[in-house]
Design a binder for this molecule. Sequence first.
Ligand code: ZN
Ligand code: ZN
Length: 241
Amino acid sequence: MKYLFDLHTHTIASGHAYSTLQENIAAARDAGLKYYGFSDHTGSDHQDAFRNSWFTNFKVIPREIYGVHVLRGAETNLIDYEGHYDLSHKTAAKLDYMILSIHGNTYETSTAEVNTESLIKAMKDPYVRIIGHPDDGRFPLLAEPLAAAVRENGVLLELNNSSLREGTHRTNTRENNLELLRACMKCGTMICLGSDAHISFDVGRFREAETLLEETGFPDELIANLTEEGLSRIIGDKKAY
Ligand SMILES: [Zn+2]
Ligand SMILES: [Zn+2]
C-alpha cells in the first residue's frame, strides 16, 4: 500500500529516542512518504532540560526538507479523568497536530468505563486530533463506545505499529487492536497508522499493523494515511503554508 504520511515519530528530544529530526526526515523520504510528522513527548515525565523550549521554536524548521513536507506535532499525556493534558493551549495552538495518549507515568489507570470517559472528554479539546495507542491492556478501554466517540468528535483512532512488535511493554495489544478495528468498521470510524518510531529505521514502518488490517478486512476508505483528505481530517488547512 502507498502511505502518504507517518505522524507518530520521536526524535532525540524525547530523551529515549535515538535519531535526529534530520535523520528521521531522510528515512521518511526513503520510505516514500510525502509528509512526515514528529511528535515528541510533552510534560515533565522525562528528564530533559530543553523540553519546553523544544515546542516553541519550530519556526526555524523548514516546511520542506529532502522533498518531504514536515509537520510539527506533539504526543501529549492524558493526566486525569477530566481529559486534561500537559501542554498549554498556547503552545498546542502553534502545532500542526497533537496526539493524545495514555502513559503510565502520567495517568493513574481506572476501570475501562472511567478510562474511556476520560479519553472522550479529551477529544472535546480542539487541539487533540489523534488518540494514540489505545491498545494497551494496562489501561483498559471500551472498544465500541470509544470508536463511536472518536467518529462523533471528528478525531482519529491510531493503529500503532510499535504496539504490535515483539518486545513491546504494552499488553494484550494484538487482541485489543483486533477488537478496536472491528469496532471502527462497525461505527465507520477512521483510523490513522502511526509507526511510533523511536529510531529513524522505523519511520513509515507499518508492517505489523498491515497484518491486522488484512486479518480484519479493514476498508481502505477508513485509513487516513492513504489520502490527502485523510491528512486534512487531522491537520485541517495547515498544509497550505
Ligand atoms: Zn506513547
Ligand atoms: Zn509515541
